[in-house]
Design a protein around this ligand. Structure first.
Ligand SMILES: [Zn+2]
Ligand SMILES: [Zn+2]
Length: 352
């Protein structure tokens, strides 16, 4: 499996070199130290081939090893680590393949070992039920990073420009970085709390959000399972107050980095309970209860960052030292597996 993962990452990187204008993120291009990227790519491809060859020699079933070796060979034929950078760089439409590779390498390097060492459910394998579906969500949302960013920012800019005032923006931007960061955190979670509750309460919206709740095993990848409509509506609305108040870019970027790590973390299969800190910031235990199939936990713990919001609005469920027995849609409602099936599922007649 590692041979396949490394082979696929290597092949993806080679494709990024071949089509940088189409497959790389303009904001990230300046950050790549190309000689190092090539050196790492070389090690990745050699590693994938050696592991694949080892697997073919040692295992009865050759399919995994051969797939890893085949991916490596295709990457090598396309230029390997010496692949030239093709084409002019321009700022047009692009797919964030580099963004996906960076994220999948970064998150899996941190979370897979952590979840092996400190698992809440040690018997749950890395390749658990539904991992392909969730990895596809991770892949598609990374590829579409340009589209989702636009869907986040544009509605506020188009419909709420009237709500912006230069004097207010100047006052907000004069605040220290930490104060702006805290302000963004509180405001986004307040809006997000309201939107999230609506997604649970309004049947038409629940059809889309039910996809997120269909994950039956929790880990760092499970949080990626979000319908595009869910992502666009939640992020688009959450950005409105931030845009209207005119926060500065630096705390906003810091928040975006924080929320992507926090959102991954609260789904992870990690057993840390964080003592009294769990009342201040959302933890895996807090958000796992949001995903619980148990009836007493249904429609609880809507906050992404601040459990105090759920205490304030009477939706908090944080039983001392206890974790859910099972996850997924309450009542055992069925959801088809697979990205495309889930994409169209909310539009079907009689869907949840
Ligand atoms: Zn929910
Ligand atoms: Zn979740």
């Amino acid at each position: 499996m590692l041979s396949i993962a490394l082979g696929a990452i290597g092949l993806g990187a080679v494709l990024c070199f071949h089509h940088p204008a189409l497959l790389t993120t303009p904001e990230a291009r300046g950050l790549y130290p190309i000689p190092y990227v090539r050196a790492v790519l070389h090690i990745v491809l050699v590693g994938a081939f050696v592991l694949g060859a080892g697997s073919v020699c040692l295992r009865q079933r050759k399919a995994l090893g051969l797939t890893g070796m085949a991916l490596t060979l295709v990457a090598a034929v396309l230029g390997g680590s010496r692949v030239p950078i093709d084409g002019e760089l321009r700022d047009g439409p692009f797919l964030g393949l580099d963004w996906f590779l960076l994220n999948v390498i970064g998150y899996s390097a941190v979370f897979i070992p952590l979840e092996r060492l400190f698992a809440r459910r040690p018997d749950q394998p890395v390749f658990r039920r539904g991992w392909r579906t969730d990895l596809t969500y991770f892949f598609v949302s990374s590829l579409l990073v340009q589209v989702t960013t636009l869907l986040t920012l544009k509605p506020a800019m188009v419909f709420f420009d009237w709500a912006r005032h230069p004097a207010v923006a100047a006052a907000v931007q004069s605040l220290p970085f930490a104060a702006q960061f805290a302000g963004i955190l509180v405001l986004t979670d307040l809006t997000q709390y309201g939107v999230h509750r609506l997604f649970h309460a309004v049947p038409t919206l629940w059809r889309f959000h039910a996809i997120h709740h269909s994950a039956e095993e929790m880990d760092w990848l499970a949080g990626s399972r979000l319908h595009l409509v869910d992502v666009a509506v939640t992020r688009g609305l959450t950005y409105v107050p931030i845009y209207a108040l005119g926060f500065a870019e630096a705390p906003l970027f810091a928040y975006v980095a924080f929320v992507s790590i926090q959102a991954t973390f609260i789904h992870s299969n990690l057993r840390f309970e964080f003592g009294p800190l769990r009342y201040l910031l959302a933890t895996p235990q807090f958000h796992h209860w949001h995903h619980a199939a148990e009836p007493q936990a249904v429609d609880k713990n809507f906050a992404v960052h601040l459990p105090v919001l759920d205490r304030l609005f009477g939706t908090c469920y944080q039983p001392e030292g206890r974790w859910p027995q099972s996850y997924g849609l309450a009542g055992g409602a069925a959801m088809p597996e697979g990205y495309l099936r889930q994409l169209v599922h909310p539009l079907r007649k009689g869907a949840i």
